[in-house]
Design a protein. Sequence first.
Length: 393
Amino acid sequence: MFGLSLSFLPFVDGSDGSDGSRNDVPVVLSHDQVEEIGRELDALRDRTVADLGAEDREYIYKIIKAQRGFEVAGRGLMYLGFFPPAWIAGVGALGVSKILDNMEIGHNVMHGQYDWMREPGLNSRVFEWDTVCPADQWKHSHNYMHHTYTNILGRDRDIGYGILRIDEAQKWNPYYLGNPVYAFFLMMLFEWGVMLHDLEAENVIQGKRKWHDVKPLLKGWWRKAGRQVLKDYAIFPALTGPLFVPTLLGNVTANLIRNVWAYSIIFCGHFPTGVQSFTEDETAEETRGEWYVRQMLGSANIEGSPLFHIMSGNLSHQIEHHLFPDLPAHRYPEMAPVVKALCEKHGLPYNTGGFFKQIGSVWAKIFTFALPPGLVSSDTPPGVIVERQKTAA
């Protein structure tokens, strides 16, 4: 007989989440198993922290050097924008620069992954990135709200970003018929969506949040977004003189490339088939082990080459990132086999798959959840039951 149990929402994939097989038997984790998972993951973290050093310094410096090189190349090629191949190459280089800046540098540095280096330029408290969202606002909505309350309905606003229905537990209303349209515009304007995230616009509209509460956010947007717009859409185009328009279009295109890529990687890590959501009651007063289990069930990985992982900021290892958000992300590939083996040991799903499989399932959910529940079938397999209190002998 179990003690007080917590039934996590069901998973769809099989034992490792990668072959599409279905497991119709619910996984039951005893209290001791959950605590063992916590101890093993804590030990993995401790081993990794103890090993941090020169290799990690060299890695982040190389990435920064590459990012700056791509930006210089991209900006320089815009002076040859009258020659179409040079313009295309410039846009590509600038797009790569912005992706590296946002994902492998900015996102990871602002998680505090390199604070141990005591390098002022890599300090999470003062770092700013090449995007319109102020760093302090992003750290609140992402580092605190999302990583603390991962996939908890009503707490984690990353579930749908306040505009999408992306989970079956979200109550449907006619507004969600536009789900695919909202998702498309969010993808194209992703940096602006991230900037607006901390506003909680739906709560402002509903009167749950007063405008005077968001005045500090507006001031931050004016300063940060204003500088970004001035830099990309006025100063750098003006510096190319008669090539102002081609440079402007090049900068717009580079930002679109970054937006589409970042959106796709992030959505693949959070919303593909098999990723689970939770209620506040289910997750109240979690132990460390229970928090770890929720992170593993509430995220997914993307398989790819080493270059693919770098370009994703290693968020292709979203499971490991949610377990260890403040460890250098380039360490996730070596930690992943340990995490996967731990999942297999306890019968937990390890949700992973190729990019097109994961992004395909995300868009399928976006279209499916746009429709009223009565028009779509729900095929929900058994889930994971966690014993939250140790059963008396």
